[in-house]
Design a protein around this ligand. Structure first.
Ligand code: KG4
Ligand code: ZN
Length: 338
């Protein structure tokens, strides 16, 4: 028996990744299986909720079996099953939740309902257990962008969030506008590498002291006008090089905004440790810029590996362990919250 703590099965189906993982003691990842549906949704230019639920139904049991097999653990030796309860696409969440309830009932083990965003915040600590509390976390995903003061695995305070689009949503919209395909963030990052942000600069929103709210919709509209003219409806007449420059300029503006706000909040709160989480935390220039800002401003950056930034079930199983330890067990009639 390699494991010394309690092993949890984690299940994540909130959007378009079907994922299952086994994590021991909230720390040791025994397996972390992710099956993405992105190629199926790419044909439609975005995630289609009905198709996502159907694909989760098709993939989830094989993904769970793969997670158990890779972990080398019998289902009967699991201590609990943790599942994403919120937020996400309702149909997708329900598939994961129904499977988790079934497993908990059949195995006679507790069900733990996990908040996907709290799990993203915990991912940095799962990757680097030496990350001590408290820490400031920049959470930047497809649906959320916020700064969260984190005091323990289960205690958080939101310091500021976006007033309009999430950072990931802006990446996705710009990718769609430039017809770069899905997923948008990595596509824009790749094109930005071939471009020069100085050839296509975008304005930065003004930031006031004490104001930690993000805003990305103005930037998104500025990209739209540059690409499709002042009515936002023209044909794209940019050359391939100019498209790369727009990607570079847009990405630089998003990174500056995220880094400025995070650095300001870290300084005001006296944070010595800053973590990042969520899909946008996989962005290379953001990771580099925040790490450099940390060196200049006296905080250490804890950036999880890319596989723990984007959606995964290891973070669900890991946070689930702490909820289980705290006695936060969900009833079998618990509902998904979209
Ligand atoms: O956390 P996540 O996988 O799913 C949600 O909970 O939303 O985040 C997905 C978001 C998408 O908007 C995606 O375009 C963005 O994260 N993303 C990135 C990168 N990888 C994923 N954005 C910028 N650069 C990346 N490398
Ligand atoms: Zn996510």
């Amino acid at each position: 028996m390699p494991d010394t703590g309690l092993s949890l099965l984690g299940i994540e189906t909130s959007c378009d990744e079907t994922a299952a993982a086994v994590v021991t003691g909230g720390k040791r990842i025994l397996s972390n299986i992710i099956r993405t549906q992105i190629d199926i949704h790419a044909e439609y230019g975005g995630v289609v909720p009905e198709i996502a639920s159907r694909e989760h139904i098709r993939s989830l049991l094989p993904v769970i079996e793969a997670a158990l097999e890779e972990a080398g653990i019998e289902a009967g030796n699991l201590a609990a099953v943790a599942v994403t309860q919120t937020p996400g696409l309702i149909g997708s969440l329900l598939v994961g939740l129904a499977a988790a309830k079934g497993a908990a009932l059949a195995l006679g083990i507790p069900l733990v309902a996990v908040d996907h965003l709290e799990a993203h915040i915990y991912a940095a600590r799962l990757a680097r257990p030496e990350l001590d509390y408290p820490y400031l976390c920049l959470l930047a995903s497809g649906g959320h962008t916020s700064l969260v003061w984190t005091e323990s695995p289960l205690r958080y305070r939101t310091i500021g969030e976006t007033v309009d689009d999430a950072a990931g949503e802006a990446f996705d919209k710009v990718a769609s506008l430039l017809e770069l395909g899905l997923p948008g963030g990595p596509a824009v990052e790749r094109r930005a590498r071939q471009g020069d942000p100085k050839r296509s600069p975008f304005p930065r929103p003004k930031v006031k002291a004490g104001d930690h709210r993000f805003s990305f919709s103005g930037l998104k509209t500025a990209v739209l006008y540059r690409v499709r003219g002042q009515d936002g409806r023209g044909e794209i007449t940019l050359t391939e090089d100019e498209i790369s420059d727009v990607c570079a300029g847009f990405q630089a503006a998003v990174v500056d905004s995220l880094v400025d706000h995070t650095t300001r909040a870290a300084t005001e709160l006296g944070a010595r440790r800053v973590a990042i989480g969520g899909g946008v935390a996989a962005n290379g220039p953001l990771r580099e810029a925040l790490s450099a800002a940390g060196s200049r401003n006296g905080f250490d950056l804890f950036a999880p590996p890319l596989s723990l930034c984007t959606d995964n079930a290891a973070m669900i199983a890991a946070l689930g362990y702490h909820k289980l330890q705290a006695g936060e067990i969900a009833p079998l009639d618990v509902d998904a919250i979209p």
